[in-house]
Design a protein around this ligand. Sequence first.
Ligand SMILES: C[S@@+](CC[C@H](N)C(=O)[O-])C[C@H]1O[C@@H](n2cnc3c(N)ncnc32)[C@H](O)[C@@H]1O
Length: 329
Amino acid sequence: MENKDFFGSIGNKIIQGDCLEVMRKIPDNSVDVTFADPPFNLKKKYNSYFDKHEIDEYLSWCKNWLTEMVRITKPTGSIFVHNIPKWLIYFGSYLNEIAIFRHWIAWDAMGSPLGKTLLPNHYGILYYVKSKDFKFYDIRMLHKRCRSCHYILQDYGGKKNQMHQFGPLVSDVWTDIHRIRHKKRRDEHPCQLPLHLLERLLLLSSDEGDIVLDPFVGTGTTAIAAKKLGRKFIGIDIDPKYVEITNKKLEDVRPTVINGCYISNFLDNVITIRDKDWDKIKDAFVVPKDPLELEKRKIYLLHKKGRAIKYEAVKGKQSDLFSMCGEEK
Ligand SMILES: C[S@@+](CC[C@H](N)C(=O)[O-])C[C@H]1O[C@@H](n2cnc3c(N)ncnc32)[C@H](O)[C@@H]1O
């Protein structure tokens, strides 16, 4: 089937089913970004999936869907796999044979003590591509600041003048995104990822209109991130209950855009931007001009001070930020 016909029938959908069966129907080189957050084989309590298999059985199953992810990803596309280091070292060894390694992103997200181990304090996100011609955008995060005095924590020494007004380029260690701990922010799912984790991955690897596929979409984090950033999505989950939750949540999702640029926000703060967008969006923020002031004062969105700010609508829809500030366009 032609890609165009295929995505005409399947694009922007959450599909209930086995990811291998669904992915095998997807044409080669047709998806811009594939992201997988599979069950970790740790006896997690899912609604229906049983998360405990023999190691060989688990790894051979993983190899099957990793193969499919690489096959369906475009030569310009990106492949991301989230898991614990124990399994990622196997995945990496296999992926090295069929794709090109870019990064092991260490996501600092506190774990629980397991006894006779170092405290597991990071998850890994493997980042692979298929050719040298892959899409990639530099992204920036907010400066890390002291919680009480708000001073920037990084010591720029005599180079304060070179400090970026929004914040530094994102490295391969992510410490500013936290797991969802509050019950009121969680769905009925044991391992829902934070939305802005996925938004960051999509901002660095894809453009508006690109197709994003998640074979283990759970309660929809990847699909929601894609929709908020104007990307198309295909989410797959074996569990009908999670598919239902995702579809319900998707109904209320609106794009997050400032001055025509997609951004990632959380609790009224812009968390990630593309480096190349800063000049276009900075008039939406109050930013101290003097680096010495910037060092001690957070930048914030204009609407927090109740001043008029125009957030652009995308394809006739209000952006989240626009609706958050409750101001008229
Ligand atoms: C770690 S969770 C994904 C959570 C997701 N990232 C989120 O933020 O909600 C793994 C998901 O894989 C689903 N799953 C397990 N086996 C599957 C299969 N063979 N095909 C599709 N989904 C499967 C489970 O139902 C579960 O929702």
